[in-house]
Write a protein that binds this ligand. Structure first.
Ligand code: NAP
Length: 315
């Protein structure tokens, strides 16, 4: 049963303040909607934890991830969007077509919702990973890389994140092992070329991490070559894990349709299985997971949400 009175009433409620959420807020606010963006953690999502962004059009020189996100936030709030720090735990749609969002700190009601919650780093799931998180195991090179100045570290993964962060870490660490389970990388060729040419990076291919070893801090990785089955130890002080992401959609189970990987299917208007609920960015099924595609999704979602509100509520 819905409560009689929400703490906040709005036209458009956006969940997540990464590139998709902030762009949706910009478009929604400029369309004259009352817009609130709900964020449970830091503004800027994964981009705020990225050192430099090189492939966002309009910035021929690389721009720092946190700065790009600060600018997106300023732009959205300048047009009237408001940011609320609360974690939305559940959504419901009532008979009058309003969507109710239940947060840790309050209850909110909106005419339309855009889900832009992005994803969390995938865990390796090996012994030592949990134990040494924050003591040598990290999922954010920009946040933690400075702890490993002039030390030997490893990066695990073979996508653009692993390559980008391995390159970033060469500015701090004395040596970076890049450990990948295959001998082919995913993603941009230009990044692979840079990785292969960097004298501080040693590639450890066809190799999986089986255990993270240490006492107080990480001391080494026990790895296995998947072709020869040979097991060996690589001494490192830190390990940065970049093996993809898992969408933050657990709280939406049973409310909106999810695919087998937990992403949200949408149509070309970013409309989900629930009328008035849209999705944008990495959380969407089939997303290219780029900043450019997230902001594109968000512009469409906010515009279609505005049209939906007009049609259903008449204002
Ligand atoms: P990703 O492209 O999904 O790559 C994940 C990597 O981790 C893959 O190489 C995968 O190996 C490996 N992996 C997955 N599970 C593993 C496991 N259990 N053990 C060991 N390795 C495992 O993820 P991402 O690198 O985070 O990139 C996500 C998206 O963001 C991509 O679309 C990417 O292009 C984009 N991105 C772009 C930039 C840029 O500068 N252009 C920077 C960062 C991210 P396999 O290859 O064997 O499957």
């Amino acid at each position: 049963m819905t409560p009689p009175k929400p703490d906040l009433d709005m036209d458009l409620l956006i969940i997540g303040a990464g590139p998709a959420g902030l762009t949706a807020a910009l478009y929604g606010a400029r369309a004259g909607l009352t817009v609130y963006v709900f964020e449970r953690g830091e503004i800027g999502g994964q981009v705020a934890m990225t050192d430099y962004v090189e492939n966002y059009p309009g910035f021929p020189e690389p721009i720092e991830g946190p700065e790009l996100m600060e600018r997106m936030k300023e732009q959205a709030t300048r047009f009237g969007a408001q940011i609320v720090y609360d974690e939305i735990e559940r959504l419901e749609r009532d008979e009058a077509h309003y969507i109710w969002a239940y947060g840790t700190d309050g209850t909110y009601r909106a005419k339309a919702v855009i889900i832009a919650v992005g994803s969390d780093p995938r865990k390796l799931g090996v012994p030592g990973e949990e134990e040494f998180t924050g003591r040598g195991v990290s999922y954010c090179a920009v946040c933690d890389g400075h702890f490993f100045k002039d030390q030997v570290v490893a990066v695990v993964g073979g996508g653009d994140s692993a390559k980008t962060e391995a390159l970033y870490l060469t500015n701090l660490a004395s040596k970076v092992y890049l450990i990948h389970r295959r001998d082919r990388f995913r993603g941009e060729k230009i990044l692979e070329d840079r990785v292969r040419q960097n004298p501080k990076i040693e590639l450890v291919l066809n190799t999986v991490v089986e255990e993270i070893l240490g006492d107080q801090q990480v001391r080494a990785l026990r790895v296995r070559n998947v072709q020869t089955q040979e097991v060996s130890e690589i001494p490192v002080s830190g390990v940065f894990i970049y093996i993809g992401h898992i969408p933050n959609t657990g709280f939406l189970k049973g409310f909106v349709e999810l695919d087998e990987t937990g992403h949200i299917p949408t149509d070309s208007n970013m409309q989900t299985s629930v009328p008035g609920v849209f999705a944008a960015g990495d959380v969407r099924s089939g997303s290219l997971r780029q900043i450019t595609t997230s902001v594109g999704d968000a512009a469409i979602a906010a515009t279609r949400a505005g049209e939906y509100i007009e049609k259903i509520f008449g204002s």
